[in-house]
Design a protein around this ligand. Structure first.
Ligand code: KG4
Ligand code: ZN
Length: 346
C-alpha cells in the first residue's frame, strides 16, 4: 500500500493539515488567522506565528479524526519549509520535526509554491509526463516547466515585482475595498466592461520578450490604475469602479494566459495546470478556459478550496516525493523564507 502522508502548511496565515495516500485526499483541515490581520490591512507576522502555535495541535487532531486515523498510522511527515514568513514556517517545521522524531518516520521539507501545482493531482489525477504550471498567489507568480513534479521542475519565469494577487490587493485598497482586496476586485470586475480602459500589458513587447518572455510585471499596471483613478477624480467625475476593476483584471489575466500558452507552445506541452490563491480569480479562470480551448491545451485548475493555502497541497507533494523515493530531509533542516523553485525537497 502507498504511504500515508501527513502534510503541514504554515507559510503565511493558514494552518493547514491534511492526510493523503497516493493521490487520494483523506482529510484536509485549515484554520486561518486572517480575521486577526484584516484590521491592519496586511499580515502581521508575529500575530500569524502565534496563531499557528495555538492552532497546530488542534488542526492535526481534527485531520486525523476526520480521516479515521491515529498518529501511529502515519508513514511520512511532509511540511512546507519555504518560501514564506520565517516565524510562520518555523512553527510548522518544528511541529513536523517533533512528529517525525517521535514517530520515527521520515520527514520531507517541501516547497510551498510547487505544492500549489502538485495539489491538482489529488483532483484530476497524476500529471502527464510533462506539463506547464502557472502558480499565482499573493506572494508568487511563476511559470514552471514540470518534467516531474517530484524531481524535475524548471522555473521559466516569474514576476519581477508584484505578484498577481498582491496587485489585486493593492488595487482593491485603491478602490476602497476591504482587505484582502483580491476577491472583492474579482466580484466588482464581473459587473464592469473589461475593454473600457486600455491598461498596459507589461513585458509583452517584442524587445521585452528577448530577455523576459516568461517574466511578469504588475507594479506598472497598478500605478497606471492609480493614475487613471486620480485623473478621473481631478476632473470631478465619479470613478467607474466596476470598469476600472474589469479592465485591470483583464490586463492581468491576458498577460498570464498569453505567456502560459506561449510557453506550452514553445515546449510542445498540451497541459496547463494553474494553482495558487489567485487561481480562484474568475477572470483568470474564464480567460484560461476560453483561450486554452482555442490553443488546444488542456487546462487543469483545482477547485477554489485547494487554490488558497492548505495542507492538501503539501501532503500531495509529500506523497509524490515519497512514492518516488526522493532522499528524505535532515532533521536539522531549517526554514527558507525565499526558497528557490529549483528546490522541491529541502
Ligand atoms: O496562495 P494564497 O492563498 O496565499 C499566498 O501564498 O499568497 O493567495 C492569496 C492571494 C491574495 O492576494 C488574494 O487577494 C488573492 O490570492 N485572491 C484573489 C482571489 N482569491 C484570492 N485575487 C483575485 N481574485 C480572487 N477571486
Ligand atoms: Zn500560497
Amino acid at each position: 500500500m502507498e504511504p500515508l502522508v501527513l502534510g503541514i502548511e504554515s507559510t503565511c496565515d493558514e494552518t493547514g493539515v491534511a492526510l493523503v495516500r497516493g493521490n487520494e485526499l483523506l482529510a484536509d483541515v485549515v484554520a486561518s488567522s486572517m480575521d486577526e490581520h484584516a484590521r491592519f490591512g496586511g499580515i502581521v507576522p508575529e500575530v500569524a506565528s502565534r496563531a499557528h502555535l495555538e492552532a497546530m495541535i488542534p488542526t492535526i487532531e481534527e485531520a486525523l479524526a476526520r480521516a479515521g486515523h491515529t498518529l501511529a498510522d502515519i508513514d511520512v511527515v511532509a511540511v512546507a519549509s519555504g518560501p514564506g514568513l520565517v516565524g510562520s514556517l518555523t512553527v510548522g517545521v518544528a511541529a513536523a520535526k517533533a512528529l517525525a522524531l517521535g514517530l520515527g518516520k521520515p520527514l520531507y521539507g517541501v516547497n510551498h509554491v510547487i505544492g500549489h501545482a502538485a495539489v491538482d493531482q489529488l483532483v484530476h489525477g497524476e500529471f502527464p509526463d510533462r506539463c506547464m504550471a502557472l502558480v499565482v498567489s499573493g506572494g508568487h507568480t511563476s511559470l514552471l516547466l514540470v518534467n516531474d513534479i517530484a524531481t524535475d521542475v524548471v522555473e521559466l519565469g516569474h514576476t519581477l515585482d508584484d505578484a498577481a494577487g498582491e496587485a489585486f490587493d493593492k488595487v482593491g485598497r485603491l478602490l476602497g475595498l476591504p482587505y484582502p482586496g483580491g476577491p472583492h476586485v474579482d466580484v466588482l470586475a464581473r459587473q464592469g466592461n473589461p475593454t473600457a480602459i486600455p491598461f498596459p500589458r507589461a513585458l509583452t513587447k517584442p524587445k521585452d520578450l528577448v530577455n523576459h518572455a516568461y517574466d511578469f510585471s504588475f507594479s506598472g499596471l497598478k500605478t497606471a490604475v492609480a493614475r487613471w483613478v486620480e485623473a478621473c477624480e481631478a476632473r470631478g467625475e465619479d470613478v467607474p469602479t466596476a470598469d476600472v476593476a474589469a479592465s485591470f483584471a483583464a490586463a492581468v489575466s491576458d498577460v498570464l494566459i498569453s505567456k502560459a500558452i506561449q510557453a506550452c507552445r514553445e515546449h510542445g506541452i498540451d497541459t496547463l495546470v494553474i494553482g495558487g490563491g489567485f487561481s480562484a480569480n474568475s477572470q483568470l479562470r474564464e480567460a484560461a478556459a476560453h483561450r486554452c480551448a482555442q490553443a488546444r491545451i488542456e487546462v487543469r485548475i483545482p477547485p477554489i478550496k485547494f487554490c488558497t493555502d492548505n495542507g492538501a497541497m503539501i501532503a500531495a507533494l509529500g506523497s509524490a516525493v515519497a512514492r518516488r523515493g526522493v532522499t528524505v530531509s535532515d532533521l536539522r533542516m531549517g526554514v527558507d523564507s525565499s526558497m528557490p523553485l529549483t528546490t522541491i525537497v529541502e
